[in-house]
Structure formats: C-alpha cells, structure tokens
Design a protein around this ligand. Structure first.
Ligand code: AMP
Length: 280
C-alpha cells in the first residue's frame, strides 16, 4: 500500500492505474477509522480494481468554535487497517498541499446546504463540497463511496457531481451501527462512558418515528414531538434539530410518506452527534 502526500504523485498514481485499464474507487475520509468507514472500503474493494482512501481532516469544513484541533488523528492505526483491507493507496496530504497560499475558489451547493446541519454549521457544506470536488479532480475516480450516516453531505455531493458534470459514480452505503444501535462516528470517542450510554436515545427516537409511521401516523409534527419528548427524557442531551424532510430536496414535509427522511442532531455535553433513518 502506497502512502501518498503530494497531489502530483496522487494524480500520477491514478492515471497510471487507469492507463492499465483499472477502475479507480475513492473513499474520502477524515481518518480515525471505524467499521463504518471500513464498510465503504470493502465495497470499493469489491467493485474497483484500484482503491484509494483519502485521509484529510479538512480545516475548511470546521467552524472557528468547532473541534478541528482536537479531531482524533491516528494515521498509523488507520494505515494498518487499510493495508489489511488491501487498499492500494492512502492519500494523506497536508493542509498546505491542498489549500495553497492564495486559495480563493469555493463551491456552494445552494438550498441543500442551508437546511438541517447547515443552519448550525454555517460554511460547513461549502468546505465539504469544495474538498470533495478537489479530491475528485486530484484522484479522478470512476466511483466514490459515501455513507448515508451523513445524509445531507451525500445529497450535496450527488448534486454537485451532477451540476458540474463530474465523471464520477457516487455510491451510497447504509449506516453501520454499534451493538445497541448508536451510529458509528469518529466523534463517539469523545463521549464519556455515561454519555455513551445516553447517546443511544437518538437511535431509539428514530426507531420510534419508524414505528409510528408503520402504525399509520403520517403527521410530521406529532412524530417529531414524540421524538423530542423521548430525547428530553434523557438528561444531558440538547437537541439541535429533529426534522422530517423530503429525501431529495431536504425540505421539511408536513405529512410523511414512504421514503421520508427523519434526521436528528443533538449535543451530549460538547459532542454533537447526528443520525437519520428513512421511514418505510
Ligand atoms: P468522516 O471520516 O466522518 O468524514 O466520514 C467519511 C465517510 O464515512 C463519509 O462518507 C461518511 O458518511 C462515512 N461514514 C461515517 N460514519 C459512518 C457509519 N457509521 N456508517 C457508514 N458510513 C459512515
């Protein structure tokens, strides 16, 4: 497995693979890898001849009061996990390599970026859209793999890929969960044992929404209100938002239908967690 730090080297690596007729799959990550990330890598391994995993804690998607400095980083451990999965290359550039002096160009995906997490994390999706477009241009993958765990991010990436005619197939994969249902996240490592136990209520609230829908309830306000009560029954959690939205537009809906997305974001102490499920 090659560990590549330079944009020029990454591009050469991909182009050589493609010149030999090999498809290239890219899995963009910020490292601190867990089973959720590894499920994307395994799928990429199954579908592509050459697999590239990027590990880059992207400064431009963190707000000034967010956890960029403390975000968990362990490149040695990550590299070992990826080499065990027979990844061909890890692209782990420095921030200066990606954002050279004088960097000025940003990608904004209108509307989809303003709702849900966009409300409490202004500029976040501008940073995400820009880094993903840059990674697509550097690695030139045939396919790129993303998790539904970050549903809004996925919707934004699909949109930007379409809008900018980027020749990449965006593949979405389901959320991988802990034994009790909590969605795996690099940020779960911040939780104390007590907070970790409480965190499962987010998953339980999403299950409640699913059950209510299956039982015939279609009124978004009633469902969100029951979810809110359940989460508030656990002291120490602060809800950022709970919403029922159209899967494509991410706009709020009044009435649920098959496929409506229920999403939640909440703080446990200082840790902000997100999760979602669609009803069926
Ligand atoms: P991150 O390192 O958090 O930026 O995530 C990198 C990729 O892994 C994104 O496409 C995420 O959606 C995906 N991912 C993160 N957590 C999970 C999970 N629990 N299940 C599936 N995919 C995930």
């Amino acid at each position: 497995m090659r560990v590549i730090k330079k944009v020029s080297e990454m591009r050469l690596f991909s182009r050589k693979a493609k010149a030999r007729g090999k498809s290239v799959g890219l899995v963009p990550t910020m490292g601190a890898l867990h089973e959720g990330h590894l499920s994307l890598v395994t799928e990429a391994r199954n579908r592509c001849k050459t697999v590239v995993v990027s590990i880059f804690v992207n400064p431009s998607q963190f707000g000034p009061a967010e956890d960029f400095k403390n975000y968990p980083r362990d490149l040695r451990r990550d590299n070992k996990l990826l080499s065990d999965l027979e990844v061909d290359a890890v692209f782990a550039p420095s921030a200066n390599e990606i954002y050279e002096e004088g960097f000025k160009t940003w990608i904004e995906v209108a509307k989809l970026s303003d709702v849900m997490c966009g409300r409490s994390r202004p500029g976040h999706f501008r940073g995400v859209a820009t880094i993903v477009a840059k990674l697509f241009n550097i690695v030139e993958p045939d396919m790129a793999f993303f998790g539904e765990k970050d549903y809004q991010q996925l919707a934004i990436i699909k949109q930007l890929t379409r809008d900018l005619n980027l020749p990449v197939d965006v593949i979405a994969l389901p959320t991988v969960r802990e034994y009790d249902g909590l969605a795996m996240s690099s940020r779960n490592t911040y939780l104390s044992p007590v907070e970790r136990k409480k965190a499962v209520v987010l998953y339980q609230a999403l299950c409640l929404a699913k059950e209510m829908f299956a039982g015939g309830e279609k009124d978004a306000r009633k469902i969100v209100s029951r979810m809110r009560s359940l989460i508030h029954s656990e002291p120490g959690l602060k809800i950022d938002y709970i919403c029922a939205v159209d899967q494509q537009t991410l706009q709020d809906v009044d009435r649920l239908k098959h496929g409506t997305l229920i999403a939640v974001a909440a703080y446990i102490g200082k840790v902000r967690l997100i999760d979602n499920m669609s009803v069926s």
